[in-house]
Structure formats: C-alpha cells, structure tokens
Design a binder for this molecule. Structure first.
Ligand code: NAP
Length: 636
C-alpha cells in the first residue's frame, strides 16, 4: 500500500478529532480523490469562496457528512488494503482545482498539480541523469555556491543527490540566511508555512500558520542536519569577487580573507534582501542613544519603558511595532507612505493538534491544502495586478478585481481604526493595492490607536542627538532609534564583484540599478553562472520564495546535467534569448501594478523599470524553468 491507512485508522477517536479540526473543503477534496465521486464538488461548491476566503462557509450538516464519508472511506482502505486511485487527471482534476481555488481554473495548472499531488510518493525535484555520464567527469566537476540560506541549502541537497561535488561559502557562522540574520521582535513569515516549505520536505508540525523566525530558521537548520550539509559549508567566509577565467573555463573566487576557491559552476544564492539600506538622513550618526537597522537588531537592547523612534512602516516595521508597543513608554512611528494591509484570520493562530495530525497522516490533505494556499496567496491574486486600460479610476485601482480588493482592505482599516478621521487619512493609501508589498495585518492599526503610539507623517528634517526632528520643527525625543528602512535590493549581488568573459563586471553590464537576466538566472557573457533570486524573481503580491527557489534550482540542475552529460565546458546564455526575455518581462510589467506612478517601491529603478519582481504567475515560472533548452545557450 502507498499510504499508511492503518496508523490513520488505528484510533477512531483520534481520527474523528482530527477530521473535526481539519478544513472541510480540503477534506472534501481528499474524499473526492479517494472515491472518485465528483458529486461532492457540485454540492459544496456554492459554499466555497475565494481567494481571500480560501476556506468555506459550509453548513454543519454537509461538513458532518464529509467527515463521516471520509471516515468510512479511509477505514475501508485500511480494511481492504486496496490501492488508492491514480492521481486525477482531465476534467476531474480541473473540477477539483477549481473547487479548491473557488475559481474556474484552466488546464495550465494540471501538470504542476499532478506533480505536487504525487510528491509524497515521488519527490518532484529529484535529480536524475538521462544517460549516466562517465564517473571521472562527475568526479572532476565542482560547484561553488555562495550563501547557505533557503536556496543555497536546497541547491546543495540536489547536488548531493546527484553526487556532484560542491562547496558552500557562507559569510555567517551558520545556515539560514534571512531567517538567521533578522532577529527583530515579531520577526516572522507572511506566507503561510504549509506553503512556505519545500515540496519534498513538508513540516507537519508548524506550530503556527505563519511561523516566527526561530521556527523557520530551525526548519532550515534541520534540513542542513538531515542531509549533513555542514561538512560542505565554509562558514565565516565572505566572497569579495568571482572571476571567470576564459582560458580554463573555471570560476575563481577570492574571499575577503584573500583565499582562492575554484569551480566549474558558480551559483549565487546570496538573496536580494540581505544588505540593510541605511536612510540618507542628515545627522543620523549624531543620535545619542542606541540606533540600529531591523536586520541588525541589537539583541542586548531592552526596549521596556523606553521611548522608541522607528523609521519605516514596511513588512519589518509592521512586525516590530506591534511586538514592542505594549512594553515601551512611547513608540513614535515615522511613516513616509502607507502600505496596503490585508487581514487574515490565521495570522495569529496556532495550528490545532488535530489538524497537525491530519496534515501528517491523511493522504493528500497537505497537498490540497498547499494548493489552496498557493491560489489564495499567489496565482489567485494575479487578476488584481493587471492594469485595465479602460478602467475609470486608474489613480486608486487597476481594474474591477483590484477595486474590490481595495474596498475590502479599506473597510478592514476603517473597522480597525474606528472613528478617527485624521488617523484614517494617514493610513489609507491613495495608490492601488499591491503597488508595494502587500502586508498581513499584524494588529498594526490597533497598535497605531494606542495612547502610547504616535504615527508621524511629517517629513523627517534631520536626526539630532535627542531624537528625530521633523520639518515642522518638532523634535521627537527618543531613547533609541529603529531603522526599519529596508534593503539595498537594487544593488543585486553587491558588494561582491562578478567578472565574466573578457573581464567585464556584471554591475558595469547592468548599469546603475538595472539588473537583468534570462529567467532571472543566467546572463550572457557570464558562462556557468547561475543566480538564485536574481533579477525579476522576487514576489510582491504574496507568493512563495521557496517555490521560486525550487524552480531556479531545478533549472540550474538541468543545466549542470547538460554540462556534465554533454562533456561541455561552458553554457553561456545567448544575448538574443536574454534580450527577448527581458522585452517580454518589461512589456508585461508595463501592464502591471508595479509600474503605477502612484507610489514608490523597491521593485523599480530611477528610470521606472521594474528589475526586482516577477511579472509571472507562479505556474508560468514553473513552466518556464521546467525544461532547460540548450539551444538557448552558446555551448562550448
Ligand atoms: P521596505 O518594505 O523597503 O520598507 C522600508 C520602509 O522604510 C518604508 O516604509 C519606507 O518608506 C521607509 N523608509 C526608507 N527610507 C526612508 C527614509 N529615508 N525616510 C523615511 N522613511 C524611509 O523594507 P522592509 O520592511 O524591511 O521589507 C523589505 C521586504 O522584505 C519586504 O517587501 C518583504 O519582501 C520582505 N520582508 C518580509 C517579511 C515577512 O515575510 N513577514 C518581513 C520583513 C521583510 P517608503 O515606503 O515611503 O519608501
């Protein structure tokens, strides 16, 4: 038998309690899959709404029948030992996906969904040779990875599986990247965990739906331990420059310590939100008290009873503020521009034990649940990002869906703030939703209504030793200054220098803040160089950066396979392929929210070109990276 129905049914009370705690719409999908009976879908469809409400408002009677039918079904599997039906296909799969998404889904999703549904049986990212290459060729091959965060770790796991040698150079003392470095109070993820985890390594034990940094870091640390990766990682080693040698076709890296490391392939997994952006504010250095960036939080700092000035109200600021507001004497929040924020009923919720148990034991439950999250937090939002050229209110929204989301978010903000027109005017953005990174409401608005919290929207004139001086002449006296001012996203790969063919440095090729790459992964003139989280691969509307990492690593592993199996020295992206791809990316962005003039964001450069975020639906990027096409490369 493929699944362990005996453990699932061994304790009927446990099973019933689990089914009670689980989501009925997800249970229904499992039931349909295990029985092939699609009539459940039609009966329950009217009660399933989305994409924000990815679960449903189903009558109790129907919920009860679903649980009962599933209870009987799994017991029958346990008693008979029969095989579960094959992964659904065709119309049934389309109907199930449409039900899960509460939307009419096209066939675009079928292949990806089938792969994920099968993931408990066959690892979807598993590396396989097409034709076994000569052993010496594999043994002689060496990959150098820079960075041991999410994508570096995942790349390493796949290389290990392929038996290809690699070294990871990591500037920190251990693994985890972002989830290691960001230690500010309240730090956590705003993509739901059951989606924000590797497809091949689900964690059934997430304590919350949106875990905090410690648990996320632990998940990555566990990956490193499970695959015994640390023996391949050189910690505390920072790369100064990487240089491609035209003669030997080797990448030669020099560390800040002067050491040289060489490899056939270079993978940069350094992340895009890694280098803190310090605000250009006069007198910043003059502040008398402690002052630090959120990503460099001073863990010895005790904020209790202190007056805190915090600059910035993005994803980091909105996590810090509510986490410390209770304890501080005063929190002065300096907001330059407001963010759109969406409520989520699970944002502060723990995952019930019964649900954890079902996630672990009920076949396919986790996979359908992931798909519901995938839709609600990623592809289901795409319709809200597209500019309708005929739209009547282009300043405030983009299209009908976007306007509906705006209305929903605005109503939430009004409810949270209550009768305070002055504060409402400060926090409701003018620009369309999704123009900046969409945030989940972390009790942000309630925090702003507290007596000990001020939201200051006057421009900052300068920092003085006592605090922050605004342009109206007020000095906001503070004991500590928190800079929640974001990252140097536009200086991709910096401060590292990367020299390709003929000694050209990648930042010279890109020019100021205009990084480009094919699929965000490869750049012409930089053979055998693969970027994880390169240009136009970040996600701003929701999404899941782990999913993106899986796609990028899958693509890169195929390229490496092509090199080794083909006995090639180099793969160098063709200029025309690269240019055409970037034209399409730009053209798509021209029709999307991030080029809207109504707001600033970290996704575009001074010229207005969007260089950071992806214009694709996740399913598009999955398809684009699915098959490595050697003809798109100069092969030598
Ligand atoms: P951010 O979104 O770039 O926000 C920076 C904030 O600082 C903005 O409010 C910005 O104002 C303000 N700011 C910057 N320079 C300023 C100046 N000189 N004067 C006044 N205000 C200034 O940075 P972040 O909050 O660190 O988030 C960055 C990204 O990291 C996010 O978009 C997200 O992708 C990721 N992130 C995710 C999570 C999560 O998963 N929960 C948590 C943290 C970060 P303007 O908006 O006016 O520029």
């Amino acid at each position: 038998m493929q699944f362990d129905f005996e453990t699932l049914t061994a304790d009927p009370d446990r099973l019933r309690a689990g089914l009670e705690a689980a989501d009925p719409a997800t249970l229904l999908l499992v039931l349909v899959q295990l029985t092939g009976d699609a009539s459940w879908l039609h009966e329950a469809r009217p009660f399933v709404r989305g994409p924000f409400n990815y679960q449903e408002e189903m009558p109790d009677e129907l919920r009860g029948r679903i649980r009962e039918a599933l209870f009987k079904t799994v017991n029958d599997f346990a008693a008979t030992g029969r095989e579960v039906p094959a992964i659904p296909d065709g119309q049934l799969l389309r109907d199930m996906m449409s039900f899960a998404a509460a939307d009419e889904l096209s066939d675009d999703y079928a292949a990806m969904m089938r792969e994920d549904l099968n993931a408990d049986i066959r690892d979807p990212g598993k590396f396989e040779w097409r034709t076994e290459p000569p052993r010496e060729r594999v043994e002689d091959f060496q990959v150098v990875i820079i960075g041991a965060g999410v994508s570096g770790i995942y790349m390493a796991i796949r290389l290990l599986e392929a038996g290809i040698k690699f070294t990871i150079l990591e500037k920190n003392e251990t693994v985890g990247g972002t989830w290691l470095e960001n230690r500010y109070p309240g730090c956590g993820v705003d993509t739901p965990n059951h989606f924000y985890s590797f497809a091949f390594a689900p964690n059934h034990e997430w304590s919350e739906y949106f875990a905090k940094r410690e648990e996320l870091w632990r998940y990555l640390e566990d990956m490193a331990e499970r695959f015994d990766l640390k023996q391949y990682i050189r910690f505390g080693v920072e790369v100064d420059e990487a240089r491609f040698d035209d003669e030997t076709a080797q990448w030669r890296l020099t560390t800040t310590g002067g050491e040289v490391v060489e490899g056939d392939v270079l993978v940069s997994a350094v992340g895009i939100l890694n280098r803190p952006k310090m605000p250009q504010i006069e007198g910043l250095e003059s502040f008398a008290g402690p002052s630090f960036h959120t990503a460099r939080w001073d863990e010895s700092f005790d904020w209790h009873g202190k007056r805190i000035a915090m600059i910035g109200t993005g994803a980091s600021g909105q996590q810090v503020g509510p986490a410390i507001a209770d304890d501080v004497d005063r929190l002065m929040v300096f907001q330059r521009s407001p963010h759109w924020v969406v409520p989520n009923p699970n944002y502060h919720a723990d995952v019930a034990d019964g649900k954890k148990w079902i996630l672990k034991h009920l076949p396919y439950y986790l996979r359908w649940y992931r798909f519901q999250l995938f839709w609600g937090f990623a592809d289901g939002l795409h319709a809200a990002l597209e500019i309708d050229p005929e739209w009547s209110d282009p300043e405030h929204s983009l299209n009908q869906v976007n306007a509906r989301h705006r209305h929903f978010m605005e109503r939430h903000i009004r409810r949270e703030i209550g009768d305070d027109p002055e504060l409402l005017a400060k926090v409701i953005p003018d620009y369309p939703p999704y123009g900046k990174r969409i945030l989940i409401d972390n009790h942000w608005f309630r925090t702003l209504t507290r007596d000990n919290v001020d939201l200051i929207t006057d421009d900052i004139a300068r920092i003085v030793p006592e605090g922050v001086e605004t342009t109206d002449g007020t000095v906001w006296e503070a004991d500590a200054l928190v800079l929640a001012t974001g990252f140097e996203a536009s200086k991709m790969l910096s401060p590292m220098k990367v020299y390709g063919r003929g000694g050209q440095e990648i930042h010279d090729v890109w020019g100021p803040n205009d990084a480009r790459a094919y699929l965000g992964i490869t750049a012409p003139g930089f053979p055998n160089f693969f970027m994880m989280n390169g240009p136009n691969t970040a996600l701003a509307h929701g999404g899941n950066q782990i999913f993106m990492a899986e796609c990028m690593v899958w693509y890169t592993m195929q390229a490496i396979r092509e090199l080794i199996e083909g006995g090639h020295q180099t793969l160098d992206c063709r200029q025309d392929v690269h240019d055409r791809y970037n034209e399409i990316v730009d053209e798509r962005h021209g029709r999307m929210v991030w080029t809207h003039p109504g707001m600033t964001n970290w996704y575009r450069n001074e010229a207005g070109r969007v260089f950071a975020v992806s214009p694709w639906r996740l399913v598009d990027y999955w398809r684009l990276t699915k098959e490595f096409q050697p003809e798109e490369y100069l092969v030598a």
